[in-house]
Design a protein. Structure first.
Length: 488
């Protein structure tokens, strides 16, 4: 089976968020199952320095609207996964990031930049491709490749197309005249097609024309069929529910491994947690927190945004400290939340540490050094930190949404008795609901034997990419077994 995995970012070549982690890991895991999976990615500055053995494999001299493009073939730096790089300097050789300039503003020609990526993905998936290799499945990811399933259909078809939604909140919406600029068929600019409230939506286009749709957790697949998480697309998604599914992301279990993590001051494993206490002592010392092995230490590594529920944490933080807790926050985001976090740390010296920004090593040390991880997101398509936390023996407290409730087993008397519990799950986007979950956590934390059992249960769960890759392989096989043009 041959799969072309089209994406706008992939770790370690280019990263702005979780899409890069998926794109860097899933293709390699798919190849381990025997699938010939290859990446398609723009050649951003520095990308060529990060790959191995780059060579030209195709040159397209005059693509309408886009001009000449070279396609380079290489291998990913940390795996033997082939990657095709779209070498189009006029579109991708920018000083900023993949989507924004150095001042943080969206590039004004993003529609053209990712229109090109989508067009080329579709072209390579047709029988007319000059590459000499044609995929059976074109796997598109988020709005940046959303036009590819449509173009594939307009070009006469070829591979089957899968559209994966990593976060429905980002839809790639552009003015109506973009349809003409991109040379898309004007007759398809309608509600039953590419039109979205008078604009062109890259993501809606992909959701409408793809043969199958999936997202990054089963619960999120259900949630986006309804308001408010449908983000205006719930009607389309509900209409195509028979072709919509969810597969939870995996994590890099070699990179996130407390038994061999080079960022940690001490290693530990499920059968010996002594090193975790050493990590807590070191973290308290490094961040000028009161050295207290018995104080419940809470951690957050997150964007500081309303979506992530940071305001809920701030609302109960003074109470949490009064209960004897400590808190570490690492992240950046909305200015008002950054200021509130700074204010909280100023009110509670020695009890609260706030680091604005991001530090990979510190993120690992927080996961290892805290007793409990807070993740009260209002919505979370999948989430990764709740899986990192369980692997590091740090039971998370999560809101019952998306991938959070799909990956954390709530500590109830029944799940504790069965040895299944791995964290705490709460319903309701309120400070009171979060506080009640923290109360449950504190009660269990006081029982050392029960707390250790909770930790080790989480550490022994399998969050590797292998399981996710097997589910994607089954989805691909189902797609190829279906008749052409099956759209529901």
């Amino acid at each position: 089976m041959r799969v072309l995995f089209a994406t706008s970012e992939a770790r370690p070549l280019a990263k702005t968020g979780g899409l890069a982690d998926v794109s860097g890991a899933l293709p390699a895991a798919l190849r381990d199952t025997g699938i010939d999976c290859r990446l398609l990615l723009p050649a951003y500055p520095g990308t060529l320095d990060g790959v191995r053995g780059a060579r030209e494999c195709l040159r397209l001299e005059a693509i309408p609207l886009f001009g000449g493009v070279r396609l380079l073939q290489a291998e990913m730096p940390d795996a033997d996964t082939p990657v095709y790089l779209v070498d189009a300097p006029d579109f991708y050789a920018r000083a900023g990031g993949p989507y924004q300039d150095i001042d943080g503003y969206d590039y004004p020609d993003n529609a053209l930049r990712f229109g090109l990526l989508s067009w080329l993905a579709a072209h390579l998936a047709t029988d007319a491709t000059a590459l000499g290799w044609r995929p059976d499945i074109l796997h598109c990811n988020d709005w940046q490749t959303g036009l590819a399933p449509a173009w594939l259909r307009f070009m006469g078809g070829g591979a089957r197309s899968l559209m994966t939604v990593h976060n429905l909140a980002y839809q790639g919406i552009f003015p109506a005249d973009t349809v003409v600029q991109l040379g898309l068929p004007a007759e398809h600019f309608q509600m039953e097609g590419m039109e979205y409230y008078g604009n062109l939506s890259f993501l809606k286009t992909g959701l409408f024309y793809a043969d199958r749709i999936n997202t990054v957790s089963p619960s999120y697949a259900e949630e986006i069929q309804h308001e408010p998480l449908g983000m205006g697309l719930q009607g389309l998604l509900a209409a195509r529910r028979d072709l919509l599914s969810g597969i939870v992301n995996g994590i890099d279990t070699a990179f996130w491994n407390p038994a061999g993590d080079p960022h940690l001051p001490a290693a530990y494993a499920a059968d010996d947690l002594a090193g975790k206490q050493a990590c807590k002592r070191a973290l308290q010392g490094d961040l000028n927190l009161v050295a207290d092995a018995h104080a419940p230490l809470f951690g957050i590594v997150s964007r500081l945004t309303y979506q992530k529920g940071i305001d809920l944490v701030l609302a109960i933080a003074d109470w949490l400290i009064a209960r004897g807790g400590q808190l570490v926050l690492l992240g950046s985001g909305e200015a008002v939340l950054e200021q509130a976090v700074h204010g909280l740390a100023a009110r509670h010296p020695g009890k609260v540490a706030a680091i604005i920004g991001y530090d990979e090593g510190l993120a690992h040390r927080i996961e290892a050094g805290v007793d409990c991880f807070l993740m009260p997101s209002r919505f979370e398509p999948c989430g990764l930190n709740q899986m990192y936390s369980q692997r590091y023996g740090t039971p998370p407290i999560v809101h019952a949404t998306g991938g959070l409730k799909d990956t954390v087993v709530d500590a109830t008397p029944q799940t504790l008795a069965r040895g299944e519990a791995s964290g705490f799950v709460f319903d309701g986007e309120t400070p009171a609901a979060l506080q009640a979950a923290v109360e449950r956590m504190l009660a269990l934390f006081a029982d050392a034997k029960a707390w250790r059992r909770l930790q080790t249960t989480g550490m022994r769960r399998d969050f590797s990419w292998e399981g996710s890759a097997r589910q994607y392989a089954e989805l691909y096989r189902a797609m190829l077994g279906a008749g052409p043009g099956a759209r529901g």
